[in-house]
Design a protein around this ligand. Sequence first.
Ligand SMILES: NC(=O)c1ccc[n+]([C@@H]2O[C@H](COP(=O)([O-])OP(=O)(O)OC[C@H]3O[C@@H](n4cnc5c(N)ncnc54)[C@H](O)[C@@H]3O)[C@@H](O)[C@H]2O)c1
Length: 383
Amino acid sequence: MSKKKELRIGLIGCGFMGRTHSNAYNRVPNFFPELEYNPVLQAVCSRSENKVRAFAEQWGYESVETDWKKMISRDDIDAIDICTPNDTHAEIAIAAAEAGKMVLTEKPLARNLSEAQQMVEAVEKAGVKNTVWYNYRRLPAVTLAKQIIDSGKLGKIFHYRANFLQDWTISAELPQGGEGLWRLDADAAGSGVTGDLLAHCIDTAIWLNGNIKDVSAMTETFIKERVHQITGKMQKVSIDDACIFHCHFKNGSLGLFESTRYARGHKALYTFEINGEHASIRWDLHDLNRLEYFDHSDESKLRGWRSIHVTDGDHPYMDKWWVPGLGIGYEHSFIHQAADFFKSLETGEPCSPTFKEAFETQQVCEAVLESAATKSWQDTGAV
Ligand SMILES: NC(=O)c1ccc[n+]([C@@H]2O[C@H](COP(=O)([O-])OP(=O)(O)OC[C@H]3O[C@@H](n4cnc5c(N)ncnc54)[C@H](O)[C@@H]3O)[C@@H](O)[C@H]2O)c1
């Protein structure tokens, strides 16, 4: 008989993230057998009965719901995992916390700061475990970057630079809103690339380089009107298609961030580079097992950028996988986050980023949008 404790998951949303999270829960017991808790795929919820039944069968859920409120009212569920569009995060998370459930939610925490504030208050008042799936932190090369920075090898940090570039909304024929296209509808998404893509860059940046003090931003909406998939009418587009901002970090370094869905040729080019007094680091999602590192203390004739293949047993998380030299992928970041969440239940430590920590990213997003709207520098209020 298994001595494992069970954590009964209720997952809401059967799209892209519903799949990555379900895969993570299925893999954790195989690759993290030492954990005290095992996930139980107790229930999955989506509005379409046919779709949710097929999803449950495909991923191994024991039951289905078509109304998330019903799922939250069930006594046989310990944790609610929110994989639905951004306009649902606050309502579901607050209701789940009030029902005493643990809450895991996809990023961004919310559409705006006011929703995010209410979510933080709800989980803190209820005293329930919570986390936000800013999964890129859990890629081994990104975690290694954190370890190198924390060891002091970079010395004083001068610059932090990040990009997140895509090209999927260039066509004016693409509708906005509804299933699959909610990201183009500001009511559902809250914002465009700022909340969708830059939020990832900001979360990683705060984790690696500390808080952001103030920002100066510009945004652009290249296509001003699109047909709305639900109403069938041509409607104003209110999201930011592109956003560029620069900022001051609390540690005195300067930041430069760019995101767009109009960079022809780029599908998901997330890159960052950090320049310190003694060393620099850079990383590229398209080559996610590698970390590039330059150390000025190397012998001058041999000095140059090293390309570290982050696949050895002593690299973060890599002792869980295959043998040295073999890479892992995007989906593993979610497996690692799920495993870290289960570990946090054993240790009683928070699973970072908590709602409170993700609130800081939300503060920066809000300041970025406000700065672009008012053409002025904005304090983030985060420090
Ligand atoms: N961590 C990441 O890297 C990452 C990547 C993509 C998306 N996300 C985030 O994950 C969330 C979901 O994005 P996605 O790409 O999976 O979207 P998606 O459109 O692929 O899936 C959303 C799902 O939610 C369902 N849904 C919508 N409203 C619902 C409701 N009221 N009740 C039940 N189900 C409902 C839809 O039917 C769909 O199955 C968003 O907040 C997004 O920002 C995070």
